[in-house]
Design a protein around this ligand. Sequence first.
Ligand SMILES: [Zn+2]
Length: 384
Amino acid sequence: MMPVEKIKLTARFKVDLVDVDEAAISEIHRLFKEYQRIVSELIEYAHSHGITSFISLYHAKCRELRQRHPTLPSHYIVTACRYAASIYESFIELKKMGMCEKERPTFKGQAIWLHKQLFKLDVEGWKVSIAAHRGRWVTLRLLHGRYHDRFKDMKLGEAWLVLKDDGNLYLNVVFRRTVVLPEIGADAKVIAVDVNENAIVYGNDDFIERFETNEGIIRTRYFLKRRRIQSKIRGRGLRARLLGKYKGRERHRVREIYHRVAKEIIDKAKKIGATVIMMEDLRRLNKEDKGSRELNGRIHRWGYRRFQQILEYQAKLHGLNVKYVDPAYTSSLCPVCGGELDLSSNGHRLMKCQRCGLEEDRDVIAVKNLVKRHYEEYMNTENP
Ligand SMILES: [Zn+2]
């Protein structure tokens, strides 16, 4: 049997507020305020009673909340309970890891979690209707691009209505699709992908390609731009607007590059008949690895995981398997003989094997080690 996988993708729409009528907007704002009050109250309750489970929270508070909000569709109370439980749970996790200084969890009310019963999406007319008080529906127009067309034949999941500080409204919708992927066998061709600050390197034992993303350079440039705004612009409103604008541009620019590389990798996979894309599972890094300077620089960037998600989604959509492997030693051991690697004296990205003398770019080494690991893992499961 061929493996079947469900893939999930979030589509983001900006709500068209240009011609929207006052009543609709004030209804939406009312929903946001009320939802924030409910979630905040639930978080408070969860916090004081030590409840992290959605079910327990729902049983404890649902009846009371329904009585106090009789005209609000009751599914809002369900999602508010789920939201509060998950906010409280992640607060505890962060607290445990010493990554949160706040005394209690808070909810700023920037989003409403919409259950399927709370919204209707019209993907032909690109409109959304949001359930409001007393069984009414508020319809909003969504700004959309050609890129949104691919969602039309996907299965609709839940959504979030997001209100930004600048007053803009967004709808984030989760879509699902089931894909059938080819079986991974011993003869499966793989492409391994390694990401560093300024390049994405991919390939296998037959070829290596390097895509210069210059991401580090782009990020540094935007960082300097933001620092200049911070020190030069006095008006707080204007400063926040400018910072937001450049942050958005930076993200957009980097994301566009990620999509381009993902497409290039998938085209190549199709051309050579590869059926597996391999990447490092950075969540599986152990403590010693985390301590190393090289890996630290890689993990702490927002981009790496983001790129993996884009590539994973696109790959599955095109019928390719995605496999994550433990990244331990992929950049410190020789892909040929397993000996230890040292920095070479011939250049800053070159590594040299102490045992067999192999000298190679460190990204190429990472790629070759990933490929090797795939076949090792496969052999291990075949002959235990
Ligand atoms: Zn070697």
